[in-house]
Write a protein that binds this ligand. Structure first.
Ligand code: C2E
Ligand code: MG
Ligand code: MG
Length: 639
C-alpha cells in the first residue's frame, strides 16, 4: 500500500519563513537608522566647519578693514568697522561654544581676545577721527595687529584640526555607508532568496497535496477526480477515440463479508496491480471507489477495449493468493468512447452502464451503444426503485402456485413466486426485476426476504393443520453466498418450520457456474431436511454427469418443452427422456407450464410425478391457496 504524508505542515513552514523575513527586515531597519544617524552627524559637522570658516573669514575681513580705515581716514569703512567687529566676535563666540572639548580652551582664549579688541578698535577709530594718525598707527601695530595675529593663528589651528577630524569622520561615514549599502543589498537578496524558497516549498507542498488529493490511498492509483480530469485532458488534446473502460470485480462484496476487510483491501490492491499490468504505458488506471476500477485508453485503436477485456478476463482466471486465503474472482467490463465535446463524467457513466449490462447478461464485456441508453438507464432506475421497495416492504409480495400429483387430486405443495407492484408502473414481472437484482448484492436481501416470508406462510398453514411444502427460488449468487446454509437453518428455526416443508429451487446455471460449491451447499441444505430442486431443466447445459453427482430431490422440466410437447415431437422426446432420467436417478419429476388437459394427460402417460401450470392453478395470494387446499381439485376436462 502506498501512502504519503506531507513532510511538514504549511503553517510551520510559513511561520519559519515569516520569522526569517522579520529578522531580515529588522536588520534592514537597523541599517537605515544607522545610516540616517550618520548623515545627521555629518550634516551637523559640516555646518560647524562652515561656521568656523566664516569666523576665519570675518576675522580676516576685520583686519583688512582696520588697514583700510587707516589708508582712507574719511572713507565709509570707518563707520562699518565696529559692525564688522560685532559679527566677528559673535561668530568666534559661537565657535567657542560648539568646538570639540580639546579645542575649547584655546577657542575661549580667542573669543576673549576678540572681545578685548572692542575698546581698542573704538580708541583706534577715535584717533583716526581726530586725524591723529600717528597714534592710530601705533595702536594698530602694538595692540590690534598683535591680537589679530594671535586670533588668526589660533583660529586656523583649531579649524584645521576640526576640518581634519571632519574629513576623517566623513571618510569613516562613507565607509560605513558603503558597508551598510552592501549589507542592505545582502539583506535584500537574502529576503528574495527566502521568499523564493518559500514559494518553491509552498509549490512543492501544494503539489504534494494535489497528488494526495488525486490518489486513491489504498491502491496508490489515481482516484475518480483525477481520472475524470485525465479523460477531459485527452478530449482537449483531440486524441483519437479515447476510450474509458470500466471494470468491476464480481462478488467482491462476498469476499469482504467472508474474509473481512483486510483481505478485501489486499484483494483490491492486487486487482489494481493486475489491471495496471494489462495496459500500455500511456494508459491510465484508476480506482474510482469500492471495487470499481477504470482505464483510460489514450488514442485507442478500434477494438482495443475488447482485446483488453479478453486479456483482463484471462488475468483474473488465476486465483488471488492473499496470505493463507485463495480467492477466485471474475470481472465485468464495460467501455465507452469519449466524444470530443462530451462531459468526461458522462463517458464514465456510459462505460458503467455498459458494465452493468455485461454483468446482467453475464457476458463479461459490453461496449456502450448510444441507441440503448434508455434501456441502460431504465435498469439503473429500476435498481434504485428495488432498493426502496426492499426497504419499505409494502410493494413486494409472494404469490403461491399450487402443485398437484399427476393423475391425483392432492395439492402436493406450492411454489413461492415474487410479485412486485411498482408505485407507478404497476406489476413488474420477476423475469424483469430478478436479473436486475442479481447484478448487485441486493439479491441476497431479496432472497432472504422471500425465504422468510415463505416460511412464515408455511408455518401459518402448518398451524391451520395443512402442512404444505413450499418451494422457494434461490438465485445463483445467494446459493453461493458462504452464509447461505446457516441462514436457511436460522430461518427454519425462527419460523418454526421443519426442514422437509421447504424446497429450494436452483437453476442449471447456478450449478454450472461453480459446481463444487453448489454441491457442497446442496449437501448441507439436505442435511437440514430441506429438499432441493433443479428448476428450468432442459434450458441450460447441465451434463448428465453433473446430474448424477448433484444432491437433488426433484427435477423441474422447463415449461418451454412442456407447453409444446403435444405439437412438437422433439419437445415430447425431451420431456420423456427427462422423466426417465429423473426416475433413474431417484428424483421426483415436476412438469411446469401445463396449460391444457392434453398436456396433463400426456404427462400422466409418460409417468411424470407432479404437475404445475395454469391448467391447475395460477400463482395466487396465500389465503386463496388456503381456501383451495381445503377443497378437492376439480379439473375442467372440457378442453
Ligand atoms: P420459475 O421459477 O420457473 O417459475 C415458474 C414461472 O412459470 C412463474 O413465472 C410462473 O408464473 C410461470 N408459470 C407457471 N405455470 C405456467 C403456465 O401454465 N403457463 C405460463 N405461461 N407460465 C406459467 P413468474 O412468476 O413470472 O416467475 C418467473 C421467474 O422469475 C421464475 O421462474 C423464477 O425464475 C423467477 N422468480 C420468481 N420469484 C422468484 C423469487 O422469489 N426468487 C428468485 N430468485 N427468482 C424468482
Ligand atoms: Mg421456480
Ligand atoms: Mg421454472
Amino acid at each position: 500500500m502506498r501512502s504519503q504524508r506531507p513532510r511538514r505542515s504549511p503553517r510551520a513552514m510559513a511561520v519559519t519563513f515569516g520569522l526569517i523575513l522579520a529578522l531580515l527586515s529588522g536588520l534592514a531597519v537597523l541599517g537605515s537608522w544607522r545610516q540616517s544617524a550618520l548623515v545627521r552627524q555629518l550634516t551637523a559637522d559640516a555646518d560647524k566647519i562652515d561656521a568656523y570658516q566664516e569666523a576665519i573669514y570675518l576675522s580676516q575681513r576685520e583686519m583688512e578693514m582696520v588697514q583700510a580705515v587707516l589708508n582712507d581716514p574719511n572713507g565709509a569703512e570707518r563707520d562699518e568697522l565696529l559692525t564688522l567687529h560685532d559679527r566677528t566676535r559673535t561668530s568666534i563666540e559661537r565657535l567657542a561654544a560648539t568646538v570639540a572639548d580639546e579645542h575649547r580652551g584655546p577657542a575661549e582664549v580667542i573669543a576673549r581676545r576678540e572681545a578685548d579688541l572692542e575698546p581698542i578698535i573704538r580708541t583706534y577709530i577715535a584717533q583716526i577721527s581726530r586725524n591723529d594718525l600717528d597714534a592710530a598707527y601705533d595702536t594698530l601695530e602694538e595692540d590690534i595687529e598683535l591680537n589679530q595675529d594671535a586670533i588668526a593663528a589660533n583660529l586656523r589651528i583649531i579649524v584645521t584640526a576640526e576640518s581634519t577630524e571632519y574629513q576623517q569622520a566623513r571618510t569613516a561615514a562613507e565607509n560605513d555607508s558603503r558597508t551598510l549599502l552592501w549589507g542592505t543589498v545582502a539583506i535584500f537578496l537574502l529576503g528574495l532568496a527566502v521568499l523564493t524558497l518559500y514559494g518553491l516549498s509552498a509549490r512543492a507542498h501544494r503539489r504534494q497535496i494535489d497528488h494526495l488529493a488525486a490518489t486513491d490511498t489504498l491502491t496508490g492509483l489515481p482516484n475518480r477526480a483525477a481520472f475524470v480530469a485525465a479523460v477531459g485532458a485527452a478530449q482537449d488534446r483531440r486524441e483519437e477515440s479515447p476510450t474509458v473502460v470500466a471494470v468491476n470485480l464480481d462478488g467482491f462484496r462476498d469476499v469482504n463479508d467472508r474474509f473481512g476487510h483486510r483481505v478485501g483491501d489486499l484483494l483490491l490492491i492486487e486487482a489494481g496491480r493486475r489491471i495496471a499490468a494489462s495496459v500500455r504505458e500511456e494508459d491510465i488506471v484508476s480506482r474510482l471507489g469500492g471495487d470499481d476500477f477504470a482505464i483510460l485508453l489514450a488514442d485507442a485503436v478500434p477494438g482495443l477495449d475488447e482485446t483488453l477485456a479478453t486479456r483482463l478476463h484471462e488475468l483474473f482466471l488465476t486465483p488471488f493468493a492473499l496470505g493463507d486465503v485463495s480467492v477466485d474472482l471474475e470481472v465485468s467490463i464495460g467501455s465507452a468512447v469519449a466524444q470530443p465535446e462530451q462531459d468526461p463524467s458522462a463517458v464514465l457513466v456510459h462505460a458503467d452502464l455498459a458494465l452493468h449490462d455485461a454483468k446482467q447478461n453475464r457476458s463479461g464485456f459490453r461496449r456502450f451503444d448510444p441507441a440503448e441508453i434508455q434501456g441502460y438507464a431504465a435498469r439503473l432506475t429500476m435498481l434504485g426503485d428495488l432498493r426502496r421497495a426492499l426497504e419499505h416492504g409494502d410493494q413486494l409480495a409472494l404469490h403461491y402456485q399450487p402443485k398437484y400429483a399427476l393423475g391425483g387430486t392432492a395439492m402436493t405443495g406450492v411454489e413461492a413466486l415474487a410479485r412486485w407492484t411498482h408505485p407507478t408502473r404497476g406489476a413488474v414481472s420477476p423475469n424483469e426485476f430478478v436479473p436486475v437484482l442479481e447484478t448487485t448484492s441486493l439479491i441476497h436481501e431479496f432472497t432472504y426476504w422471500a425465504l422468510r416470508t415463505a416460511l412464515r406462510q408455511a408455518r401459518e398453514w402448518l398451524d391451520a393443520g395443512r402442512p404444505l411444502p413450499v418451494s422457494v427460488n434461490i438465485s445463483t449468487r445467494t446459493l453461493l453466498d458462504p452464509g447461505f446454509p446457516d441462514r436457511v437453518a436460522g430461518e427454519l428455526v425462527s419460523a418454526g418450520v421443519p426442514g422437509h416443508l421447504l424446497c429450494i429451487e436452483i437453476t442449471e446455471y447456478t450449478v454450472m457456474s461453480d459446481p463444487d460449491t453448489a454441491v457442497r451447499v446442496l449437501r448441507r441444505i439436505r442435511e437440514l431436511g430441506v429438499k432441493t430442486s433443479l428448476d428450468d431443466y432442459g434450458t441450460g447445459y447441465s451434463s448428465m454427469a453433473y446430474l448424477k453427482t448433484l444432491p437433488l430431490d426433484e427435477l423441474k422440466i422447463d415449461r418451454a418443452f412442456v407447453s409444446d410437447m403435444i405439437a412438437d415431437p422433439g419437445s415430447l422426446a425431451l420431456v420423456e427422456s427427462a422423466v426417465t432420467l429423473g426416475h433413474k436417478l431417484g428424483l421426483t419429476v415436476v412438469a411446469e407450464g401445463i396449460e391444457d388437459v392434453a398436456t396433463a394427460d400426456a404427462l400422466t402417460t409418460i409417468g411424470c410425478d407432479i404437475a404445475q401450470g395454469y391448467h391447475y392453478a395460477r400463482p395466487m395470494p396465500a389465503d386463496e391457496v388456503t381456501r383451495l387446499s381445503a377443497a378437492p381439485l376439480v379439473m375442467d376436462r372440457g378442453a
